[in-house]
Ligand binder design. Structure first.
Ligand code: UN1
Length: 494
């Protein structure tokens, strides 16, 4: 019998209101059923919204440093449970244990970072234009927040939002991806153990169309943070816009690594292997385009093929595995579809280009690391996010040309340039349209205390991570204290 998991609403673990469930399976071995989770209804969201609204009344009054203490304790628990959580994550979403440990570590870093931010949450004071008058402004919480998260960073992304959101004084309805509900429940368990009062964090599992939609339209919900596809993000943004809710969107990417002829070629090779095939290419920050200068193109590709061919595919929980499975069948079908288009459009598939279906790999959703050369900058595989281990190599003839190609997509999340020329590196940093820019490092690997997010179709101007995330999870209140004892009319009496 599969283990049965539940929602957590108003401090109680519970089934969905109609008792329906969905299964969670291991993408490396589809016969391995992790458990069943509630296929929740709008009624469940209603209860969660009421619970979060009720809890907000007292949570907002808890001093921010005390709220921060809960994050610190959560961080301590995550340190203690790190390996156990990593194993659970690998089982439900496939990436290697080394990577899921990193994902938990990102949560730990965020916990400790946010714990201390509770003692700052700086406001801004300014002089008044009138005598004997004090002007203050400070951050206040927004209220009930809806959080819709993806499966590829099932610990890091929820913690990037929940920890700062809680420290700022908000309460949450959390709807995790259907592919990673177990990790989400573990995070809830951790926060309960850390002392979070009931109702402050509610988790409602289920389908995006039902639960996600209900969250974005619920009148109690004042802000929604969404990470996922640009297509869904646009719907979330429209709904939130219509209902005057704050909305933070983190969406697609089509990130490029540029390699110039003067680069440390070995370093650039290791960078692209990690950026393109780490996490099986399933990061929004993954490198999906390699822009190679024509002078080094052929020699670089030769080395890259040798190295990428040697990558070990398999169940991420096994020793020595470097590339895990694709998250589910639908996603692998989508990769196949885009690879077929790439071939039809005339790009040369020099490695992979097919499912990996031999031996134990038949049990899961594996796809071979794939490299296309001769890819035109405006072709489908240069433009569309693939979210898999597929790399499109584009030739360039100058720095300017490389920057133009990098910018020729609708997204703008992450970028990388390998060069020893400081001038070239700084021009790239200035002119590439992204939110995250790397020099001599791959496009992946953002740190928890730095602003995370992108420009153009990747986002809507907000940033997660670091101090900047508090801009999303707070509003400003301006306060004027007049101690003159007389009526002073601004703009008139001065
Ligand atoms: C994501 O790809 O969805 O910067 C998040 C990185 C990680 C987070 C990635 N720290 O690659």
């Amino acid at each position: 019998m599969a283990q049965k998991f539940q929602n957590y609403i108003n401090g109680v673990w519970c089934d969905s209101s109609n008792g329906q469930t969905f299964e969670n399976r291991n993408p490396a071995n589809w016969d391995d059923v992790i458990g069943t989770f509630p296929l929740s209804t709008t009624d469940d969201v209603e209860r969660a919204a009421n619970s979060a609204a009720e809890a907000y009344r007292s949570w907002r009054l808890v001093p921010a440093p005390t709220r921060g203490d809960i994050c610190r304790r959560a961080g301590d628990i995550m340190v203690r449970r790190k390996d156990e959580i990593a194993a659970i994550m690998t089982r439900e979403m496939g990436k290697t244990l080394t990577e899921t440990r990193g994902d938990v570590q990102e949560g730990i870093d965020t916990a400790f970072y946010c714990a201390t931010e509770g003692r700052r949450l700086f406001g801004i004071n300014t002089p008044s234009e009138l005598p004997n008058k004090l002007n203050l402004s400070f951050r206040v919480p927004i209220g009930v927040c809806g959080l819709i998260t993806p499966w590829n960073f099932p610990m890091a992304i929820p913690t990037w939002n929940i920890f700062p959101g809680l420290v700022a004084g908000n309460t949450f309805i959390f709807k995790p991806a259907e592919d990673t509900p177990h990790t989400a429940n573990i995070l809830v368990e951790i926060l309960i153990e850390a002392g979070l009062p009931k109702g402050v964090l509610n988790i409602v599992h289920g389908a995006g169309e039902v639960v996600g939609t209900a969250i974005t339209i619920h009148p109690h919900v004042r802000a929604v943070s969404f990470t996922g596809s640009t297509k869904t993000g646009e719907i979330v943004a429209q709904t939130c816009g219509k209902n005057t809710k704050h909305v933070c969107l983190e969406m697609g990417g089509k990130n490029a690594q540029i390699v110039m002829p003067d680069a440390d070629i070995d370093l650039a090779l290791h960078g692209i292997l990690w950026g393109a095939f780490g996490t099986t290419g399933q990061r929004c920050t993954a490198t999906s385009r390699l822009i190679l200068h024509q002078d080094i193109h052929d020699a670089f590709i030769e080395q890259l093929i040798i190295k990428a061919k040697a990558l070990k595919l398999g169940d991420g929980s096994a020793e020595g595995i470097e590339v895990g499975p694709i998250i589910n069948r639908k996603q692998r079908d989508n990769i196949e579809r885009l690879v077929t288009i790439g071939k039809k459009e005339g790009a040369v598939c020099v490695l992979g280009g097919e499912k990996a279906e031999y031996g134990d790999l038949k049990k899961g959703w594996f796809y071979k690391p794939t490299i296309f050369t001769g890819v035109l900058p405006n072709s489908t595989i240069s433009q569309e996010e693939i979210f898999g281990p597929v790399l499109s190599v584009i030739k360039c003839n100058s720095l300017q040309n490389a920057i133009e190609i990098t910018n020729s997509v609708k997204y703008g999340l992450s970028s990388s340039i390998y060069t020893r020329d400081i001038n070239a590196a700084l021009v790239a940093v200035r002119d590439i349209e992204v939110g995250i820019s790397y020099i001599n490092a791959p496009t992946i690997g953002a740190e928890a205390h730095m602003p995370f997010g992108g420009v153009k179709a990747t986002g809507n101007g907000h940033r997660e991570g670091g101090w900047t995330v508090f801009d999303f999870y707070t509003e400003w209140k301006a306060v004027y204290i007049d101690y003159s004892g007389r009526l002073q009319r601004a703009q008139i009496d001065n």
